[in-house]
Design a protein. Structure first.
Length: 763
């Protein structure tokens, strides 16, 4: 009887496995050893990650307190906790180590603060406090803060901390990046001051714990034993400090599962290193690699277009997205004449979407740079299209725009006290609260505007020498700008005003990504002014725009940058400004070369895959900058779109043909060069030259009436080695020819890529 086999009823499948596809199930059930889950866009990685956490708890492989689960945002951590809670109930309350990198590191650091000279009740400084402390150190070191701004030092220290570098690690080369070699010294002083204050900044949370784990093996061993399993979301976005921290914690058990997509690594500017995910198998030999490739978001045409673009990047882990959804519409590629027509066309297309009964909440416009939003905002207000800006302020609400407008308002209207208050000490002029209070007091006593009171107070002894001198200079400048306003075009007045006030120089000195964006916004503001007859007319327009808020509860079109759109999805997505120099960003290419080009391409991949049903890509032949029309060529990413997944249209308003461009010709040699895969047929190189393809396109100034052709047929009178003249770049020799596109070695400007219609032959 004892030999009789006993059978048991089959157990029901756990609820967290229901609905998962085979690769997702594999990601959930492969618990031991290192696992890399390559999750393409829209492939349900959150569902797999949540189910994996539930599985570890449900099968009692670990207590909730023995699992380290790291996310990048508080929102992602909350969502993870809520999802797991629905699957495993109250057990989720016992997960103290589920959170962001900084939140978990802070919890650890409070337990071991004394090992780095802190007390457990240390303060975490915000950005303002950090800048205030750094400025004190800069002034004490007798460094000119105008030449070497505090924000530049703060950004540099943040970079060092993201790389896991303590002051002792900063060599002479790194130190040279601030104040002629004073960077390392100030970093050391800053860290010492933080310890004295029993404080740290956000970068210190991970950096201090990294130091503790490296130098106190007993602490490291404690956490290695505590965490039976480690899970990391968005691994492609980790910086060096986060990577080193995770690798230390996982070395003992090696039960680490990282979820990420190398094709969506787009945050190098804040320290993220795509190399971390690319070398996972080298860091953890024998790692299991699982690819989530079934997309639940987008149509086959959208996935095909995105895959065709990203395939041009090298060094990828590789995957092939597919979907069971209906084929849907092809990706639209539309060429327009200029920026204003781009905004008009997008407005018309969105109106078609709205009339079809679809909600505006499911429509998004994605831009590469913040300054691009201005044209769409103005257009939408004019036609009554409700919209919202995500991840930033509306154009005219941004701080730098408000400052610039305040200067213009003071020039236009002397009695505008609010505007004067805003600019009196911006940029810093040494006019503190007391000085401004005295001006207010005199204005009230005499019943005059602040600008008048400021001029009068100069004739008294109310202000000290430095403040008096600064105020006198400002009062004189305002008077001079008012005189100039009677004869100078208002856009040119704005340019001079921003330069002469020191406002432009303030951001130029910062040398940060944020400062560069602010300068781009100021340039766009000046460009916008050119469309109005007078300064007063423009300021009136701005007032109407600022007053047009609309009902927040109504459906609205979403406008945002591609960076801000990561993780989001919409039925219809408009991808605008796909031109060389704008996207890919010329600044990024200049600073990072091929590495930056590949990140720009990953941005294109992210942008396309935000769309569920329809993606519309638009490029313009002209962009107006400082009153002149700059001709543009379509982004190289347009040439990389597979022909079978796109419909192209190149028209002006009214449907007339604009360009003789044949984007369906996929044998275009420029596409090969842009991809970095070769020169292609028809590409010539000047004999004896060793130059390589330049990623910097020409930004050629031409009039609106110029005939522009983007076809492949070139001029018959040009050949390699010829000397030519270009009105912007000067004289140069033709180094390479591809159809109607030339690469020229200019005598003064270096290698440039230009259209042949913009050069003339010279003796």
């Amino acid at each position: 009887m004892n030999q009789i086999a006993q059978t048991s009823a089959p157990q029901a499948e756990p609820p967290y496995l229901r609905g998962l596809n085979p690769p997702q199930r594999e990601a959930v059930l492969t618990t031991d050893g290192p696992v890399l889950i390559i999750a393409g866009a829209g492939t349900g990685k959150t569902a797999a990650l949540t189910a994996r956490l539930a599985h570890l708890i449900f099968t009692k492989k670990a207590w909730p307190s023995e699992i380290l689960s790291v996310t990048f945002t508080n929102k992602a951590a909350r969502e993870m906790r809520e999802r797991v809670g629905r699957l495993v109930g109250d057990a989720v309350e016992g997960m103290p180590w589920l959170g962001t990198f900084h939140a978990i590191a802070a919890k650890m650091l409070r337990r071991h603060a004394e090992l780095v000279g802190l007390q457990s009740n240390f303060t975490i400084l915000d950005t303002d406090d950090q800048l205030r402390l750094l400025k004190q150190l800069i002034l004490a070191a007798d460094i000119d803060e105008k030449r070497f701004p505090t924000r530049s030092l703060a950004g540099l220290i943040d970079q060092w901390k993201n790389k896991g570098l303590v002051p002792a690690d900063i060599d002479a080369g790194e130190s040279e990046r601030y104040a002629n070699g004073r960077g390392g010294e100030l970093y050391q002083q800053y860290q010492a001051r933080l310890i004295a204050l029993n404080a740290c900044d956000f970068g210190d949370l991970l950096l201090h714990m990294l130091v503790i784990l490296k130098t106190h093996r007993d602490v490291l061993a404690q956490y290695q034993q505590r965490f039976k399993y480690i899970m990391v979301d968005e691994y492609q976005d980790t910086n060096s400090s986060q990577y080193l921290w995770l690798r230390l914690l996982a070395q003992e058990r090696k039960n680490i599962a990282c979820v990420g997509d190398d094709d969506q690594s787009i945050y190098s500017w804040r320290g993220a290193q795509v190399e971390n995910i690319l070398k996972f198998e080298r860091d953890f030999p024998g790692a299991k690699v699982i690819r989530l490739e079934q997309n639940y978001r987008s149509t086959p045409h959208i996935l095909g277009a995105a895959s065709g673009v990203i395939a041009n990047n090298g060094g990828r882990l590789g995957k092939q997205l597919w979907t069971e959804r209906d084929v849907g519409e092809k990706v639209k590629v539309i060429g327009v004449w200029d920026g204003p027509e781009e905004a008009r066309r997008v407005g018309e297309e969105i109106d078609i979407v709205r009339r079809s009964g679809k909600s505006l909440d499911e429509v998004a416009i994605l831009v590469r740079a913040q300054h691009q939003t201005r044209e769409f905002e103005d257009r939408f207000i004019a036609i009554g299209m409700p919209y919202k800006i995500v991840g930033g302020f509306r154009f005219y609400e941004r701080a730098e725009i408000r400052d610039a407008l305040a200067y213009l308002r003071v020039v236009n209207q002397p009695a505008d006290d609010l505007a004067f208050e805003r600019i009196v000490n911006v940029p810093k002029r040494g006019l503190g609260d007391k000085a401004v209070a005295r001006i207010h007091q005199l204005a009230r006593a005499t019943g005059t505007p602040l600008t008048t009171a400021a001029a009068r107070i100069l004739d008294t002894d109310e202000l000290t020498g430095a403040a008096k001198k600064s105020l006198g200079r400002l009062v004189g400048d305002i008077a001079r700008w008012r005189d100039m306003a009677t004869s100078l075009p208002h856009a040119e007045l704005a340019r001079q005003l921003l330069d002469e006030s020191g406002y432009t120089a303030m951001y130029q000195a910062e040398k940060s990504v944020e400062a560069t964006g602010r300068l781009e916004n100021l340039s766009e503001l000046v460009r916008a002014m050119e469309e109005y007859d007078s300064l007063g007319a423009f300021l009136e327009h701005v007032s109407l725009v600022m007053d047009n808020e609309g009902g927040a509860q109504d459906p609205q079109v979403t406008i945002m940058t591609i960076h801000a759109a990561k993780g989001l999805e919409y039925d219809t997505v408009f991808l605008v400004g796909w031109e060389e120099g704008l996207f890919p960003s010329q600044r990024s290419l200049d600073e990072g070369g091929v590495k930056s080009l590949e990140e720009e391409r990953r941005l294109a991949y992210v942008a396309i895959t935000r769309a569920r049903r329809l993606a519309v890509i638009i490029h313009a032949a002209n962009r107006r900058i400082y009153g002149q029309w700059n001709s543009s060529i379509p982004s190289r990413f347009v040439a990389e779109l597979p022909a079978e997944h796109i419909d192209t249209e190149t028209t002006m308003s009214g449907g007339a043909s604009l360009w003789q461009a044949n984007w369906s010709d996929r044998a275009d040699p420029f596409a090969d060069v842009a991809r970095g895969t070769g020169r292609g047929p028809g590409w010539q190189r000047a004999s004896g030259t060793g130059s390589t393809f330049s990623t910097k396109p020409a930004r050629v100034v031409e009039s609106r009436s110029s005939a522009i052709s983007l076809g492949n047929k070139g001029r018959d009178d040009l050949s390699l080695g010829m000397r030519v003249f270009h009105q912007k770049f000067g004289y140069g020799l033709i180094a390479e020819i591809e159809g109607n596109k030339l690469e020229i070695d200019f005598e003064q400007s270096g290698r440039k890529r230009v259209m042949d219609s913009f050069v003339t032959l010279t003796p």
